[in-house]
Design a protein around this ligand. Structure first.
Ligand code: AMP
Length: 476
């Protein structure tokens, strides 16, 4: 049997440092030092495999949020004429190492890299854009109607330090437009990202900047490095390192001591060529036209090498005292050199990615304030039965209802009516259908209002009609 190519991490890849997570902030994780965390469902003293640090199970109680996030993405993508694309989670490591750039956190310390067949380095994708650019080339999408507009959704992997809102496996919804360069495309993508979060009732602010073309950036970096060298002693240790490896990243630093230095730094916007400046002005004009509020953020550079011209982020617009104030929910930009860099024909591109775990933080908050909006019952009905004959008939009726699209909760393995009605209460259904020996013989069925306890006997043949009436009433 062939050995799994995902089995062995490449020798020359240094695993990222694993930092302890504050106790009580996460579900039990594997490899936690010290006392083994208590696992709710484990037998006393038994060893239970836990989730890895920075990885999370998506649980049934979260289904309502994931369904909403996916449906909202689907509707939005359809409304703007984007088609779905899904690239593999495992790719050649070179795809990202070549394009994202040395000196970026993702490449330097966050990639999950393994040894594949014949020693080739393969990885878990840290982001979707490079994969989509690869797909564009290998599927000859340049000959499709241009521009090619695609959307995607799925897990990404970064071996980063786990903390609130930062996981090692996380999910993104993303849109990409390849094959055309026009400020209206950038504006459309920004509107889409903004509308996505607005449709989910999450207030965001769009932060905008332009990092110009490669030459603009090279000239600017010379200027920036000159300035930062003069202030070196005021910079944090991390920024001192970044100053050599990737000076633009110093602008991104969250450290207060760096912020002070960065505030006075030369701004990239002043180093743009006329063409890039005009392009950026047009993007902003279109945003004004489309009534998308934005702020200019001269320090926004997005860090990855493949970006050019427009860059943007979507930041949570909540009061400053809120722990999530300013949290980046998503970001994106233009990447006109990416396809060519990967060996394709020169093809402009632009896109965005929105983090779904962070989006969900806000949805969960909304659910606390307005639980009705997130009522996640599959059905407002429960089917209870009593006695062997009734159980058989119940199975038949449940199947008939399912075939006409009516779903009911049930547990036909239970024989006690009391236990079944308790279950119905737990599901929070408004009505229960009850079938006993007598009802089977009479060809009837009981409908019980779970709140009032009032029961009504109906003809079994009318069950679908009656249930539809209840469903219509429940929907208001
Ligand atoms: P980026 O392209 O790195 O700016 O990522 C886009 C969005 O994905 C961010 O704004 C976050 O919402 C989300 N994101 C990025 N990294 C992580 C992570 N490690 N854990 C959770 N969400 C993330």
């Amino acid at each position: 049997m062939k050995k799994s190519s995902l089995g062995k991490p490449a020798k020359n890849v240094k695993p990222a440092r694993v930092l302890p997570v504050k106790k009580g902030t996460e579900a039990p994780v594997a490899g936690t030092e010290g006392e083994a965390p208590e696992i709710k469902g484990a037998r006393r003293g038994a060893k239970t495999p836990a989730t890895l640090r920075g990885m999370k199970d998506i649980l049934p109680k979260e289904e309502v949020y994931w369904t909403l996030m996916r449906r909202t993405a689907e509707n939005l993508a359809r409304a703007y004429g984007y088609n779905y694309i899904e690239t593999p989670i495992v790719e050649e490591a070179g795809l990202f190492l070549r394009t994202l750039g040395k000196g970026t956190d993702v490449v330097d310390k966050e990639m999950y890299i393994f040894e594949g067949d014949e020693g080739a380095k393969i990885c878990l994708r840290p982001e979707p854009t490079a994969s989509i650019a690869r797909a564009f080339i290998i599927h000859g999408m340049h000959s499709w109607p241009q521009p090619v507009k695609v959307w995607t959704m799925g897990p990404m992997f970064r071996h980063d330090r786990p903390q609130a809102g930062r996981y090692r496996q996380f999910h993104q919804f993303g849109c990409e437009v390849l094959g055309e360069r026009d400020p209206s495309i950038d504006a459309e993508l920004i509107v889409m990202a903004y509308n996505y979060l607005r449709d989910l009732h999450i207030p965001v602010q769009v932060a905008m900047n332009s990092i110009g073309n490669l030459e603009d950036r090279e000239r600017y970096i010379v200027e920036l490095v000159g300035y930062l060298r003069g202030k070196r002693s005021y910079l944090s240790e991390e920024s001192k390192k970044r100053l050599h490896r990737n000076p633009l990243r110093v602008l991104d630093s969250k450290e207060e001591q760096d912020r002070v230095v960065v505030e006075e730094a030369p701004q990239i916007i002043d180093w743009l060529s006329d063409a890039s400046r005009q392009y950026f002005m047009k993007v902003l004009e279109y945003l004004d036209e489309l009534e998308v509020p934005y702020v200019l953020q001269p320090t926004l550079v997005r860090g990855l090498d493949y970006y050019s011209d427009t860059v943007f982020e979507l930041l949570a617009d909540v009061p400053a005292e809120d722990p999530h104030a300013g949290l980046a929910l998503g970001g994106g930009g233009r990447y006109d050199g990416l396809v060519e860099q990967l060996g394709g024909r020169p093809t402009p591109g632009a896109g965005f990615g929105i983090g779904l775990e962070r989006t969900m933080l806000f949805l969960k908050r909304q659910a606390e304030q307005d639980p009705a909006r997130f009522h996640d019952s599959v059905s407002p009905l429960f089917f209870a039965q009593l006695g062997e004959q009734a159980r058989r008939r119940a199975l038949y009726l449940i199947e008939q209802l399912r075939r006409v699209g009516i779903v009911v909760y049930h547990n036909v393995a239970k024989s006690s009516l009391k236990a079944q009605l308790e279950l119905a209460h737990k599901y929070g259904v408004s009505h229960a259908l009850i079938l006993g020996q007598k009802e089977v013989q009479d060809g009837t069925i009981i409908i019980r209002d779970m709140d009032s306890g009032i029961q009504e006997i109906i003809d079994e043949k009318k069950v679908e009609v009656e249930v539809r009436k209840l469903l219509a009433k429940d929907r208001g």
